[in-house]
Each structure stands twice: as structure tokens, then as C-alpha cells.
Design a protein around this ligand. Sequence first.
Ligand code: HEC
Ligand code: HEC
Length: 185
Amino acid sequence: MRIPVLVLLPLLTLGGWGAQSLMTRLTGGAAAAEALDLAGLPPGPGRDAVYYTCRACHSSRQFVQQRLSRDEWDALLTEMVKKNGMAEPEPWARTLMLAYLTTHFGPPDDEYGGLPTAPGQEETFGICGACHSIRLVTQQRLTRADWDETLVWMVEEQEMDPLEPEDRKLILDYLATYYGRDVPR
Ligand code: HEC
Ligand code: HEC
């Protein structure tokens, strides 16, 4: 049985067991059982709104593999309304769903922790990100000499394995170029 989304949403936003048992009374056991299993959608604000809005027509498998920006999710919702007959969500529900979709199914984090693409990116990420977050590195702005000191300090005091001369130069060049003293944050 398909339940009109606009009827359900206000009930579901009550959240928790109150809404759930109301669901049971309204729709019977099968729907309640389905309601308990939110199809693997991760918990968070907006999950119910997404689940009951989108599940009216298709499985959440249709969208959990997507990785879209907020604008792209917004465009997709518009497409669902214009082309596929989804009821126009209330503005608050749209905002809630966009926040949920972008949080859980947003674009992947940059593979190299935000390090700019250039020779040395992979080595810097692999070696300097092994013991601590690469952010500890990327938040710094140091002169080449200070980066050099930092590498010495990592080896002498922090148990980093000494780098091959070639890698050391590559990483030092990379850090001095992209995380130098005068580079804006
Ligand atoms: C009224 C029915 C309906 C509702 C409600 C609905 N969809 Fe769809 N959706 C469709 C149909 C029909 C298709 C298949 C269109 C196609 O394959 O071209 C589709 C396809 C999709 C696709 C894959 C196609 C693409 O363009 O990439 C995604 C992703 C999607 N929907 C996400 C959502 C999300 C997220 C929601 C909830 C906010 C939602 N849909 C709600 C009917 C609906
Ligand atoms: C074997 C582990 C290890 C490796 C590999 C390593 N570090 Fe560290 N690093 C540490 C530890 C431990 C600290 C924390 C030291 C402290 O705060 O006392 C640290 C701290 C830092 C800091 C912070 C200094 C501050 O002032 O807060 C910077 C910058 C840094 N590391 C840069 C690097 C760079 C660049 C590399 C790659 C060439 C690297 N680290 C590789 C262990 C490591």
C-alpha cells in the first residue's frame, strides 16, 4: 500500500516511538516493520523525511550509491518533482532532506586530505599522514628551513624512519611550495 507522503511527513517528524506506534495503527504491522528498518540509511536528522519521501516510489538503493553536492541533490529533487511526479516537498522538508543527503551522500573527501595535486603529493600524504592527521601538516605555514627542521624533529624525536634522500627532497620541495611561509591559508 502506498501512503501519501504529505500525510505521513508531519506524523513522522514527531519522531521516535510515538510516531512509530501511530504508524502501526494507521497502516498495519507490515508497514510498521518496514518503518523500523530504514533500509540501511544512516541515522541523523532528516532520515525519516528522506526515507518516507523517496521510498514512496523506489528503494533507497536507487540513491545511496550517489555522491552528490548539495546543488546536485537540489537539482535531483527538482527532477523528481518535474519528471517523476514527486510531490513538491515543503520548504522545510526540502532543507532537511538536502542536509541529510549532503551529509551522508555528499562528494567524497579529497583522496589526499586536501593536498594539492603535484609531484610529492602521494609521498607527503603517505608518509606524513601515517602517524597523525595530515591536517597537522597542512595547517602549518613554514619556511623551507623550518620544514627541514620539522623533518629532522620527526626522525629524531618522533620515531619517523629516516627518508631516502630522493623522497626527502621531494617532500621538502612540496611542503615549502604549498605550505610555505607566505602561502595564504
Ligand atoms: C513520485 C515518485 C518518485 C519519488 C517520490 C522519488 N523518485 Fe526518484 N525516481 C523516480 C523515478 C520514476 C525514477 C527513474 C527515472 C529514470 O530512471 O529515468 C527515479 C530515479 C531516481 C534516481 C536515479 C536516476 C538519476 O537521475 O540519477 C535517483 C538518484 C533518485 N530517483 C533519487 C530520489 C530521491 C533522493 C528521492 C527522495 C527525495 C526520490 N528519488 C523520490 C520517482 C520518484
Ligand atoms: C612515526 C610517526 C610520525 C611520522 C611518520 C610523522 N610524524 Fe609528524 N608528528 C609525530 C608526532 C608524535 C607528533 C606530535 C609531537 C608533539 O606534539 O609532541 C608530530 C607532530 C607534527 C607536527 C606538529 C608540530 C606542531 O608544532 O604542532 C608537524 C608539523 C609534523 N608532525 C609534520 C610531519 C611531517 C611533515 C611528516 C612527514 C614528513 C611527519 N610529521 C611524519 C609523529 C610522526
